[in-house]
Design a protein around this ligand. Sequence first.
Ligand code: PLP
Length: 385
Amino acid sequence: MRKVYLDHAATTPVRPEVLAEMVPYFSEHFGNASSGHQWGRRAREAVDVAREQVAEFIGAHPDEIIFTSGGTEADNLALRGCLSAMRGKRGGLVTNAAEHDAVLGTAEELLHAGHAVTILGVDQQACVDPEAVRRAVNQDTALVSVMLANNEVGSIQPVGEIAGIARESGAFMHTDAVQAAAGLALDVEELGVDMLSLSAHKVYGPKGVGALCVRRGTRLAPILTGGGQELGRRGGTENVPGLVGMGKACELMKRSLTEDVPRIARLRDRLRDGILERVPGARCNGHPERRLANNAHFLFPGALGETVVVALDEQGVAGSSGSACAAGSTEASHVLVAMGVPLDQAYDSLRLSLGRGTSEQDIEWVLQVLPPIVERVRQAQDGRA
Ligand code: PLP
C-alpha cells in the first residue's frame, strides 16, 4: 500500500545529510564541549559551527543563540527567563489564545505565580489584532509573545507590527517561530523581535534540540542553572550531535525555502482545491493567503476528525485531527475554539501538512481515498444519531 506522510507539522524526517553530520559526534568525537583537551576542543568547534549556522538561518549573531532541548524549552526560557530578569521592574505578560501549549501552559503558571497575564482573543483566522495588543500593553508589561505561524491552522501573524507596538511600550517581544521555520524566510532584524524560538525536528533535524535567539540587550535569567554552559544562560552539558544536526538542518532549510517550498505550496493548493471540490460541505480553516505553504486545515462537518484520521491511517495516510487526547477524553482544539468554530464542529477537523518528500502521486492518492472516508464517517455518525 502507498504510504503518504502528511503530518510534517507534528515532526519531519531527519535529512540524510543531517544524520551523516551527526553520527561522528556520538562516538568518534564524543568529547564534552567544556573540556579543555583535544576531544573537548573538537566538540566545542562543532558547537560553534552549529551556532553560526542557526544564527545565519535567522539573521542573528552567533552569541545570540542559546541552545535548548527543543521548542518547548525555548518558549519556557523566553517567558519565564524574561519575567524573572524583569522582577521588580515590570511583571506583565501579553499573549493570545491561539499559541502553542508551550506558551499557554507557561503563561498559566506565571499567572498562578502572581504575574499579570493577558490572553488576547484571536479572529476567525487565528490572528491577533495588533490594535488589541496596543490596548493591552502598559507600563507593567515586560513581554509580549505572539507566534509567527500557527501550528494547527497555519495562519501567519502580523508579528513585525506587533513587535513595533511592544517596543513603543517598553516591553520585550518574543515569537515562537517553531512552525514558521519550515516555510518562511526568518530575519530577527526585519521582524523586530527580541527573542525567537526554534525547534530542529520541524525542519528535518533531530528531536529534542532547539534554540532561543535572544537579541543583545534583552533581559533574560536562566531557568536551568548548572554548569554555566551557553554563557551562563542555560546549564547542562551540550547535546553535541543534536546541535550539529540542528545547525546542518537550518543550513539546508534555508536553501529549501527556495528549492522546495514553492513546489510544496502548489501541491498544497492542489490538495485544498481537490478536497473542497470532492467533499460536500468541506471548509478550509486559517488565513486564505497569509498562511504556511505546507499547511491545509479542513472542517468536515459531521465527520469526527479522530475517526477520519484512523481511517486515513488504514489507507496508509498520516494526518492529524488537530485535537488532543487528555486522560481518555478528547478535548476540542483550543485554537479552533478561540477562532469561534462552534464546539459541535471543532471536533470535525483534519490537518494535512506537506513536506519535502510529498509528491503529486501522494496528493492524488489522498484525493482518491479521503472523500469516501468522510462520506462513510458521516453516514456512520448519522446512523448513530
Ligand atoms: N511551538 C510550536 C508552534 C510547535 O508547533 C511546537 C511543536 O509542536 C512547539 C512549540 C514545541 O516544540 P518541541 O516539540 O521541540 O518541544
